[in-house]
Every structure is written in C-alpha cells, then in structure tokens.
Design a protein around this ligand. Structure first.
Ligand code: NAD
Ligand code: MG
Length: 300
C-alpha cells in the first residue's frame, strides 16, 4: 500500500487548531524530547536518483529541517556531511544512521559555527572526507524569543549569537566552500518568512533573515560566472527543536495556527524545495531565487 501523503500526516500531528501542545526545553533542543516527535520523511521520502553521486554539506543537519534535507539528499543518491553543536550528538547520530541506511556515506562534523576557523575547518573536513563538495546548505540558525520582546528585550548576548550563527557563519562557510564548488554546484541558504513579515518577538533574527535574502541575490550574481547557483528557502512555522528551545511555551503551541493552511508544517514538507534547488538537472537555470514554504503566508 502506498504511504499516506506527507501533508495528511502533518495535519494529523497537530491539535484541532493546527498547533502543538505547550512545551519547553533548553537551547539548542533535542528531537526526542519533543511531543510529538517531528516527521523528517523517514517513512515517506522516496528517492529518484536526482542527486546521484553528489556530495553535500548541511549545517544544522542533526535535527529539524536539516535532518529532513539530509534524509532526502541521501535517498536521492548524495553523500552527506552534517555539522551541528557538540551537545546535539544524539540527534546527529540518528541523522547519520538514516544517511547510512540509505546506502550513502555520512560524515558527522560537530563544531560551533560562530567561530570563523571552525567554519573553515568544517568545510575542509567535509570536502576531504566526502571526496569533494557539490552542495552547501547553510541551514544552522538561532533566535531567542523568551522574556521581554522588541527592542527593550534585546540583549547583546542573544544579538551576537543570532547574527554570528545566521549571517557570519553563512558567509564564512560559503566562502570556504568556494575552492571546492564548480559548474553545476550550488549553495542553498535557509531564510524565513520572518524576512518578509517580521515579529516583534524576534527582531534581530528577522533582520538576519532579510539580510540572507539580500545575500542570496548578491551571491547569485557573484558566483554565476563560475556556474555556481545560489538560492534560498524561506520556511514558515515548522515543527523542530528550535521552537521549544527558544520560544515561550504558549508561542510554541500557537505556531502555524494563523497561516492560511491553518497549521504548523513538518520538516519533511521542506525537503522537496531543497532537493529541487540542489538538483543540477531540474534547477539548472534557477539561481538568485527564494522559495517560500510557508503554509500560504505571502513572501512577496
Ligand atoms: P533546529 O533546531 O532543528 O535546527 C537548527 C540547527 O542550527 C541546530 O540543530 C543546530 O545544529 C544549528 N546551530 C545553531 N547554532 C549553531 C552554531 N552556533 N553552530 C553550529 N550549528 C548551530 O531547527 P530548524 O527549525 O530546523 O532550523 C533550521 C533553519 O530553519 C534555521 O536557519 C532556522 O532559522 C530556519 N527556520 C526555521 C523555522 C521554524 O519554524 N522551525 C522557520 C523559518 C526558518
Ligand atoms: Mg539540532
């Protein structure tokens, strides 16, 4: 019997109002502590060889959107290196198992990308251990949305963590990857609906995502002559550890309820966008674009 469509599974995972139960955990958050545990496409993604023989690095590949992309990439035929924070080792090992189960090589590279040298080392080790690099997914991200919101609640500690993780690391990782990427290869950035519709609860985060949109355009122009494509995905509210680890419990429960589709999305529902943008055949003329996967909230 065929698998139920992912969107139907995702609908069934929410409560009647399209959200989740209130919950909270410490940053960066772990998958198995979430209720329900997110759907990363483990039982639904069917590969069709769209990334056969390619080598991918996914930052934040241990959990959430990154894990869903790792599973899909591996089933599409790519070898995959994931980067993550040391305290996320148990999540990373689960992702590694899924990549290996797909019959592909997995490389686990813990390291805090707020440090420039770590960014450069992660890229070098990924390329070295995979035997090259074709796809770089800049997906690691951070925000802090607990306590007082808006400008009054902004602390330098969280501002620096947000900007360094989201913006600096994307620049450092992408720059370090340049020596390995060539014609047909691509860089994918994880933006957010927050780039278009910023929330007062995460003003600094929204600003970094708007900056990443801008960067997608400039890098596409910069790297086009080398045949390297640069694109972004802008997710709406998605059920990943980031919510429970950084938002107030009530805000976690409300995620997605106000979208046109009326529910939070699952990480599995993002994988198709990342596979398409990475595919040298299907997206050969697609560069400088930002693909919204928002449950209907406009991104224009
Ligand atoms: P997630 O918590 O599963 O993934 C984020 C990952 O970022 C973590 O697993 C961690 O490994 C990594 N990370 C954070 N700080 C890091 C650092 N200093 N060094 C190295 N790695 C670090 O949550 P997710 O929602 O899958 O997040 C993935 C991306 O999606 C992020 O860029 C996030 O901003 C973006 N996004 C998420 C949502 C959502 O609702 N979940 C919506 C829009 C955009
Ligand atoms: Mg994680």
């Amino acid at each position: 019997m065929p698998e139920a469509p992912v969107a139907r599974n995702a609908q069934a995972m929410t409560d009647e109002e399209g959200g989740m139960a209130e919950q909270q955990q410490a940053a960066p958050g772990l998958t198995d502590r979430m209720r329900p545990v997110p759907d990363h496409g483990e039982s639904s993604w069917v590969g069709r060889g769209r990334l056969d023989g390619l080598k991918a690095l996914i930052t934040g590949g241990d959990s959430g959107i990154g894990r869903a992309v790792a599973i899909a990439y591996a089933r599409e035929g790519a070898d995959v290196a994931i980067n993550y924070l040391a305290e996320e080792e148990e999540d990373a090992q689960q992702t590694v198992e899924w990549i290996n189960t797909a019959g592909r090589r997995a490389v686990a590279l813990p390291g805090d990308l707020r440090d420039e040298q770590t960014c450069r080392d992660v890229v070098a080790r990924a390329a070295d251990q995979l035997g090259g690099l074709n796809i770089v997914v800049n997906n690691a991200g951070y925000h802090w949305a607990r306590g007082e919101s808006g400008l009054g609640g902004l602390t330098t500690e969280h501002l620096e963590r947000t900007v360094h993780t989201n913006l600096y690391a994307t620049l450092w990782v992408s720059q370090a990857a340049l020596q390995y990427l060539g014609r047909g290869d691509s860089i994918i950035i994880t933006s957010s609906v927050q780039a278009y519709d910023p929330s007062v609860s995460m003003i600094d985060y929204a600003a970094t995502k708007a900056a990443l949109n801008n960067l997608t355009g400039s890098l596409a122009q910069d790297l086009g002559a080398r045949g390297i494509r640069v694109n972004a995905v802008a997710p709406g509210p998605i059920w990943t550890p980031l919510g429970p680890a950084t938002k107030e419990p009530q805000a976690v429960a409300n995620m997605g309820r106000d979208t046109p589709l009326g529910r939070i999305g699952q990480p599995a529902e993002l994988a198709g966008a990342y596979v398409f943008l990475a595919s040298p055949a299907e997206a050969s003329y697609v560069s400088g674009t930002i693909l919204g996967v928002t449950g209907g909230t406009p991104t224009f």
